[in-house]
Write a protein that binds this ligand. Structure first.
Ligand code: URA
Length: 208
């Protein structure tokens, strides 16, 4: 329950490549996608299965299938889009619910500027995608939005987390499950994660 740091040699190796400031945009994008696949593998570990009988080559065979509606992934604009393909590789049938948030200059609170959710979102598990969980402000806003829309189970998939953000989110929403490749040391005065990856949106989109 709560925070799940996916400890795997391949994930650690790939994250090391992301941390290097010399990693070019195309490689940063490809590796973010690969790590997302590993994190999705863990997020979906408890998805419920049902049984059915298929016509196998040697006669009827009992097989498992994922029961109920597929999840919806929820990329937070803009950087969350960089994790979308990796998530879809693992759960191709899921719907995509997009959330755009910006930070109000005066209140410093996140404001929704674009929201398009799956129609039947209340009967789906939601997997929020955002590379960096820093202060937790955007994630809290996204969770509040999903809860207002009656989503019952919410996961957050983040490449890197800061302890400050994780604590803030889980204090408010202890029922949310956060999956990440790393819990880093903390935030600097500008709200960047240290050692972190820098601005993940800029690195994914090549806008630095
Ligand atoms: N957003 C980023 O892209 N990087 C950080 O370190 C924090 C927030």
């Amino acid at each position: 329950m709560g925070l799940h740091v996916v400890e795997h040699p391949l994930v650690k190796h790939k994250l090391g490549l992301l941390r290097s400031v010399d990693t070019p945009t195309n490689v940063f994008r490809a590796i973010s996608k690969e790590i997302t696949r590993f994190l999705m593998y863990e997020v979906t570990r408890d998805f419920p299965l049902n049984k059915k009988v298929e016509k196998g080559w040697a006669g009827p065979v009992e097989v498992d299938y994922i029961s109920g509606k597929m999840a919806t992934i929820v990329p937070i604009l803009r950087a969350g889009l960089g994790l979308m393909e990796g998530a879809l590789d693992m759960v191709p049938g899921c719907k995509i619910s997009v959330v755009g948030l910006y930070r109000d200059e005066e209140t410093l609170e996140p404001v929704e500027y674009y929201v398009k959710l799956a129609k039947d979102i209340s009967s789906r598990v939601a997997i929020i995608l955002d590379p960096m969980l820093a202060t937790g402000g955007s994630l809290i806003a996204a969770i509040e939005l999903l809860k207002r829309n009656k989503v019952k189970k919410i996961y957050s998939l983040n490449l890197v987390c800061a302890p400050e953000g994780v604590q803030r989110v889980l204090e408010k929403f202890p029922d949310v499950e956060i999956y990440t490749a790393a819990l880093d040391a903390g935030l600097n005065e500008q709200g960047y994660i240290l050692p972190g990856l820098g601005d993940a949106g800029d690195r994914l989109f090549g806008t630095k």
